[in-house]
Design a protein around this ligand. Structure first.
Ligand SMILES: Nc1ncnc2c1ncn2[C@@H]1O[C@H](COP(=O)(O)OP(=O)(O)OP(=O)(O)O)[C@@H](O)[C@H]1O
Ligand SMILES: [Mg+2]
Length: 267
């Protein structure tokens, strides 16, 4: 089982879009995929037509159970989506209270790590969406993962946000047995704008080997897909951005067993 966190302390850079599009691509390749939403805003949960405001069972229950010393049973909180092989552990607004109640939830940095052990036989890949801020949820995601994907919007302020994320990563690396591999992914690239071109160049100069050599173009199909509640990889598999996400996936998927397409429908 592979576990990938998709994280950046900057908001609106394409984290949730990356999770959903990769999940769609993986499920189309016959992989059993679980998307975990650790963002209290619940954008990914809403994408799959669940309501983070009214949902009863969510990732929050894992933290609650752990604080009450109960054995984690993540299966209880997972829901199927309408796409074959694609399940969701949704977010609820209650997740937002975790950092505020730090004393009650102290020492809960490994809740997700422990919960995922139970899911080992059930999934091939787990993708974790995170909020755009450092806190107990991001720490949990980074601790539980074996690969970190950092989407970075190709615009002027992006590098600042990325520096912050790199500092967080450095801190996390000290607490791990095995270093966390990571890949920086330029997103929303628009070759017609100077801001996009110059920030992609800066990324290439500053982050050489950690930077994925492609980029995700700005693509309205991704917004359309979000509106339709369907991963773009399933709704518009030939779109530019989906082809780019597929290249990214093949790069990160470092198994000998290659990814092959089993269905172009996904339902
Ligand atoms: N490559 C792209 N081209 C065009 N629009 C995009 C692209 N990637 C994402 N978007 C759109 O940009 C918006 C923000 O994307 P997304 O929600 O994935 O970012 P995020 O990093 O998860 O945000 P947050 O930090 O708020 O969770 C969404 O409306 C999404 O549809
Ligand atoms: Mg998001």
């Amino acid at each position: 089982m592979k576990t990938w966190a998709i994280s950046n302390q900057k908001g609106g850079v394409g984290k949730t879009t990356t999770v959903v599009t990769l999940a769609g691509l993986l499920s189309m390749r016959g992989k059993r995929v679980l998307c975990i939403d650790l963002d209290p805003q619940g954008s990914m949960t809403s994408y799959f037509r669940l309501d983070p405001d009214s949902i009863q069972q969510s990732a929050y229950n894992l933290f609650k159970d752990s604080s009450e010393k109960l054995t984690p049973e993540p299966q209880k909180y997972i829901q199927k989506t309408s796409f074959a092989g694609l399940d969701v552990l949704p977010a609820s607004v209650a997740l937002a209270t975790l950092d505020r109640q730090a004393s009650k939830f102290k020492g809960l940095g490994l809740v997700i790590t422990n919960a995922l052990k139970k899911l080992e036989p059930a999934y091939d890949v787990i993708l974790i969406d995170t909020p755009p801020m450092l806190g107990v949820l991001m720490i949990n995601a980074l601790a539980a993962s074996d690969h970190l994907i950092v989407p970075v919007q190709t615009e002027f302020l992006a590098l600042k946000g990325l520096e912050r994320m790199m500092k967080t990563l450095k801190m996390i690396q000290k607490t791990r047995h095995k270093p966390l591999k990571y890949t920086i992914v330029p997103t929303m690239f628009d070759k017609r704008t100077r801001a996009s071109v110059s920030s992609l160049n800066s990324l290439r100069n500053n982050y050489k080997d950690k930077l994925w050599r492609g980029y995700i173009t700005v693509d309205t199909q991704l917004r359309e897909a979000s509106r339709a509640g369907t991963p773009a990889s399933i709704l518009s598999p030939k779109s530019k951005s989906v082809i780019a996400y597929d290249n990214l996936l093949q790069t990160i998927w470092d198994d000998k067993a290659k990814l092959t397409l089993v269905s172009n429908d996904g339902r």
